[in-house]
Design a protein around this ligand. Structure first.
Ligand code: G3I
Ligand code: 9MR
Ligand code: CA
Length: 554
């Protein structure tokens, strides 16, 4: 099966750019010599001694490293270790990650609600439209004087959050930041690159066309009467594993929350600055987003601690978060960048804290990352220095952990949570900020090492992105992939990754192969806790793959 790699040689299955650091892990503690040959040839191009790297607790195994960085000529190679079968092909390719970056972006297209997917764009995964969301019920928890319980609103479009068909504002927040940041930081990578979506070829980069599909839905999640934002739009319970057009249960908007409203404010403020140059294509859009962001901020100031409480009749994802200093800080940063108003800077500054690895419930780092130059807004040199140093420090801290670790990874055992592959990538995203701000090459190498992990250089020998690699997940927890009758899952989606908590244990007919943090993964459609897909996990894959592709010297 796809989880069962034969040889204990673990490499990035999409290869390495010619000038990249090229680490290969061999799961052995025995000293051994290695040789690298071009595929089909015998003469060694590179040889050396495996470097013992020690015992790694999260997988309870010893490993050794082969550094193939000297292989700088594009081609296909094999690693031969004395006493072991030849490795899978190891590829050196100047465009190694362009395909997966664009493929992961295309993944979002496959999750579009309210539209049919045509064969010309979706190939085998063409499907009927589902979830028009033009008659969405106002749930009792969301009722207001202007919108009675049971009345209807229109909130079409958006992406399916994950393996379920819900649309969740909180999770859309970090997802859109990550995609829009990828565009803002690496425009030269995305400009002119075609994702094969219906809008490809228009005057707008595909990444902005795709992001707009979800932004349009989000705009409809704001109550125009007061600026507050509904937490989510879902059915009352998760549907069966059916196609979108078969999931016809009524859909509701649920209660407004401060977290959703602040995430909305941050995203709309950011989007307003990013779509402003496309006024001709989207007349009035940037203005509308700016107004929506400020109205949301005002609602949040007046309602600073409204937690989402899951109503008794609702069983879909909660995305509950009671700690909101980070949401306030992020929204303030983006609103400051949009308006230049000192009040927003003060609001950020008061709550800035220390940036940490971001996730849907901890968005503190997002504002920090948006703030530095080239954006010219920061008030003075002291502020510029503070933001730069804060980001560099956290990036360096992660990189030091990476350097010490046998697998060259900042991940500790406790970092293997639900969606661990996105933790790996968000650590990389933070280290990349250090590199962008003038930290050393080791920060880029460390980010590459994390990308290597999700693309196959891991103890499971699996490239965790559907359709991208030699051994990839075949049974992700994704209703589209399970119900469509196509053997291959929808491509371009990152599996959540190893998660020793195994919260889906009781829903799975088979047991996990291991309880160890880095090995607790199940390529079975039952496994929502280790093998689901989700928009907030795919977005850092787009970001990190594009960044490493764009930043690695040629
Ligand atoms: O952070 C703690 C950590 O301190 C602790 O050691 C560890 C022990 O298990 O748990 C960690 O928290 C976990 C958290 O994810 C990490 O982000 C929680 O246990 C875990 O329950 C939580 O899972 C969330 C899951 O929903 C269940 O609520 C995931 O973050 C979240 O991504 C996931 O999101 C779901 C939506 O609800 C519905 N749509 C699908 C989507 C993806 O699975
Ligand atoms: O499909 C659901 C997935 O998107 C969620 O992440 C997960 C946890 O909330 O729940 C899944 O739905 C399962 C439900 O929680 C329990 N019964 C089985 C469902 C999967 O078919
Ligand atoms: Ca929070």
């Amino acid at each position: 099966g796809p989880g069962a790699a034969q040889a204990p040689v673990r490499a990035n299955q999409l290869g390495y750019p010619p000038a990249a650091r090229k680490l290969v892990v061999v799961e052995t503690s025995a000293p051994a010599r290695f040789r690298v040959v071009a595929e089909g040839r015998d003469e060694p191009l590179l040889q050396g001694q495996l470097q013992p790297a020690g015992h790694w607790e999260p997988a309870a195994r010893d490993v050794a490293l082969a550094d193939l960085s000297a292989l700088a000529t594009p081609g296909r190679y094999r690693l031969l270790v004395d006493g072991m079968a030849p490795s899978d092909p190891i590829v050196v390719d100047a465009g190694a990650y362009a395909g997966v970056a664009m493929g992961a972006l295309k993944g979002f297209y496959f999750h579009r609600a309210s539209t049919p997917l045509a064969r010309g764009h979706a190939g085998r995964w063409a499907r009927k439209a589902g979830h028009p969301d033009d008659k969405v019920l106002v749930h009792a928890s969301a009722a207001s004087p202007g919108r009675k319980a049971g009345s209807r609103i229109t909130a079409p479009r958006g992406w399916y959050d994950a393996g379920d068909y819900g649309k969740y504002v909180v999770n859309s927040g970090i997802t859109l930041w990550t995609l829009l940041a990828a565009w803002e930081h690496y425009p030269e990578f995305f400009r002119g690159r075609d994702a094969g979506i219906p809008e490809s070829g228009d005057a707008v980069p595909d990444i902005l066309d795709e992001a707009l599909w979800n932004l349009q839905w989000m705009l409809a999640m704001q109550d125009p009467a007061d600026g507050g934002v509904y937490h989510k739009l879902t059915t009352l319970q998760f549907s069966a594993m059916v196609m979108p057009h078969q999931d016809t249960a009524p859909r509701y908007v649920m209660a407004k929350s401060t977290a959703a409203t602040l995430d909305f404010a941050a995203v709309m403020a950011m989007a307003s600055r990013i779509y402003a140059p496309y006024e001709a294509q989207f007349p009035g859009l940037a203005r509308r987003m700016a107004d929506a962001a400020q109205q949301a901020w005002a609602w949040a100031l007046a309602n600073p601690q409204v937690e989402y409480r899951q109503p008794a009749d609702v069983g879909t994802g909660a995305y509950g978060d009671a700690y909101l200093e980070d949401e306030f800080a992020w929204a303030a940063a983006e609103l400051y960048l949009l308006t230049g108003e000192p009040g927003y800077w003060e609001a950020f500054h008061q709550r800035a804290g220390v940036p940490g690895v971001p996730g849907w419930a901890d968005v503190r780092a997002l504002g920090w990352i948006s703030l530095p130059p080239p954006l010219p807004r920061l008030p003075d040199d002291a502020a510029r220095g503070q933001v730069r140093e804060g980001l560099l420090q956290v990036a360096r801290g992660l990189q030091e952990r990476e350097a010490q670790s046998p697998w060259k990874l900042a991940m500790r055992g406790e970092d293997f949570v639900w969606g661990s592959n996105a933790v790996v990538l968000n650590q990389a995203l933070l280290m990349l900020q250090g590199y962008r701000l003038g930290g050393g090459r080791e920060l880029l190498d460390a980010a590459q090492s994390h990308l290597d992990w999700v693309l196959g250089r891991n103890p499971l020998g699996v490239s965790f992105v559907t359709g991208f690699g030699l051994r990839t997940p075949m049974h992700v927890h994704d209703r589209l992939s399970v119900a469509d009758g196509v053997r291959e899952p929808v491509p371009g989606w990152l599996s959540g990754g190893p998660n020793p908590a195994q919260q889906d244990r009781r829903d799975c007919p088979v047991s996990y192969p291991s309880k160890l943090p880095a090995l607790s993964w199940l390529d079975h459609e039952c496994s929502y806790a280790s093998n689901e897909v989700a928009i907030n996990w795919n977005a850092p894959l787009v970001y990190v793959a594009a960044a490493v592709q764009a930043l690695t010297p040629v």
